[in-house]
Design a protein around this ligand. Structure first.
Ligand SMILES: [Zn+2]
Length: 552
């Protein structure tokens, strides 16, 4: 591919020696995009439409349409004053998007853009590879140097505008003739296989940037609406205080928990504890940036959006409004995704705060438990909610997510280039990381046990989203929800209760509820219920434990 790229560019260089018009440059760049940056698009196209019979004609037609459409978009958006920086920027970004789409079969939608922008340096280094360098050099830098060197000619403003209009009309006409000429095929392409166009590079990521901007930016500054300002704790003075640890998991799919029937023993420690495993827990989104704020918000999955999340207080704020709950968020993931902006927050991703870090800089989730007893001692005047945001099974470098002693399943995939590993190696690395989470959750439970005489203790565990591990060529997570496989949306989740909390719960009833279809929509109300908070934003029917409390 890279060789074709080079000879193709040399030919263009020869043609462009005399000052070409900017529109000619756009046509060449569009052809380059169609040929070399759309491997994923055509791969998925050929999975849907086999290359035989009438489909050969359709393939030719889709090639022309894609090329024309890219040229149309670039022509529309380019302008004389920013021509070269614009084309170079699109080339560089598209070399990255081509790499990630070709390597992990992901889609660059608005949610993926949000996730990438919220990714920290260590997470980015996890994705670094030699193949990525090749993509950036051959698809990003070299074409950019060619564009940089040419001297496109421009006419006067009037000439340019007329020419632009003429070219846009011609390109539009080609697309229209194509689409109407093969209307049956295009109806199927756009309606039944509408996900295919998400792989078009660079047009889909450009559309996603606009979509991201629309969903993210505001006219004016962000005003956060108060939620549950009326919140009061409804309990007798002599009742024990609550001490609840909520663990937000990372990329843990439900079917890899032996508690959910996985044939491998991945929960050897949790199975010894009296945990209540929620076997049908659905996530709100397929990425950390979407699921984490959503699960703490009052909005359900259909209603939640980034804007609503960031402009409305969440359940941690409602608990704070009672003035009786002390909330602490400790983070060993990226950050709280805006959830802990108004509560006490501690970053555990560095050896400055986390005392359990490896030489390579990887800090362990267990480190978040160190010193927690001091926090509990200092806040014994009220109830306590501690949120621990795990590194968990963060991919693709699953092999980095656990200390050596958890490497029970071997051989393991020791690269972030998952497609270079066998399915078995990827599964082994991922399952070892699950074993490590099993041990971490068991440590959280054993941390809470000594407090269970004086407090009503509980642990709530919920993973943010699942993960694809190569099934149907898909890796990682972040597909749009409607097309995401179950592995990305069916997440691991469970609860554990200390002695005094257990006395308040009808465990037989809980055993009947735990296997019902539940979702992250339930978390907001369940946490309010656990702290016995009275507020108009509480919805009893969404509280998992509401009908299980003994007084009911
Ligand atoms: Zn995540």
């Amino acid at each position: 591919m890279f060789l074709i790229n080079y000879t193709f560019l040399l030919q263009i260089k020869r043609k462009l020696r005399t000052s070409p018009s900017s529109y000619r440059v756009i046509l060449y760049v569009s052809l380059l995009f169609t040929l070399l940056y759309n491997f994923s698009f055509f791969k998925n196209f050929f999975i849907t439409y086999s290359f035989s019979g009438i489909n050969i004609l359709y393939t030719l037609s889709i090639f022309i349409t894609l090329f024309t459409f890219i040229a149309f978009v670039l022509t529309l958006l380019s302008s004389k004053h920013i021509f070269k920086p614009f084309v170079i920027l699109i080339l560089i970004i598209s070399s990255f998007t081509a790499y990630f789409m070709d390597t992990y079969n992901v889609i660059i939608d608005h949610s993926m853009i949000r996730n990438s922008l919220q990714t920290n340096l260590e997470e980015s280094l996890d994705l670094f590879s030699f193949k990525l360098v090749l993509y950036v050099v051959f698809l990003g830098l070299i074409p950019s140097i060619f564009v940089y060197k040419i001297k496109p000619s421009f006419g006067t403003f009037k000439q340019e505008s007329l020419k632009k209009l003429k070219i846009l009309l011609i390109l539009f006409a080609i697309i229209a003739v194509n689409v109407f000429g093969f209307s049956k095929f295009y109806t199927s392409f756009f309606r039944e296989h509408k996900t295919l166009r998400y792989y078009a590079n660079p047009t889909f990521w450009m559309f996603s940037v606009i979509n991201y901007g629309k969903r993210t930016f505001y006219n004016g500054k962000i005003v956060v609406k108060e939620v549950g300002k009326d919140a009061k704790i409804n309990e007798e003075v002599e009742d024990k205080k609550e001490l609840i640890i909520m663990v937000v998991g990372e990329a843990t799919r439900a079917d890899r928990f032996s508690l959910n029937g996985y044939e491998r023993e991945t929960n050897p420690l949790l199975k010894k504890e009296e945990v209540y495993n929620f076997s049908k827990m659905a996530s709100c989104g397929t990425s950390t940036a979407h699921s984490v704020p959503c699960m703490f918000s009052k909005f359900d999955r259909d209603d939640y959006s980034y804007k609503k999340g960031i402009t409305n207080e969440n359940v941690l704020d409602v608990l704070t409004h009672t003035k009786q709950v002390n909330v602490l968020w400790r983070d060993n993931n990226s950050d709280s995704k805006g959830v802990a902006l108004r509560v006490k927050y501690e970053d555990f991703r560095s050896s400055k705060t986390n005392t359990i870090c490896e030489k390579d800089g990887e800090c362990r989730d267990e480190g978040m438990l160190i010193g927690l007893n001091n926090y509990i001692e200092e806040n014994k005047n009220g109830d306590i909610l501690i949120v621990l945001h795990q590194m968990g099974n963060h991919g693709p470098a699953y092999y980095k997510r656990y200390p050596k002693e958890y490497e029970k399943f071997t051989p393991v995939c020791k690269t972030n280039q998952l497609e270079k590993c066998t399915v078995e190696e990827i599964n082994n690395a991922y399952d070892n990381a699950i074993l490590h989470t099993d041990a971490f959750l068991s440590k959280v439970i054993n941390f809470l046990k000594p407090y269970s005489k004086d407090y009503e203790t509980a642990m709530v565990y919920m993973s943010d989203h699942g993960e694809s591990l190569g099934e149907n060529g898909l890796y990682l997570h972040g597909l749009p929800y409607f097309m995401a496989p179950d592995t990305q949306t069916h997440v691991a989740s469970l609860m554990w209760f200390g002695e005094s909390m257990k006395e308040e719960i009808n465990l037989n009833k809980l055993n009947q509820t735990k296997d019902k279809a539940l979702s992250q929509d339930n978390l907001f109300h369940t946490l309010l219920g656990m702290f016995e908070v009275d507020t108009n934003v509480y919805k009893k029917d969404l509280d998992i434990l509401a009908n299980i409390r003994k007084e009911n």
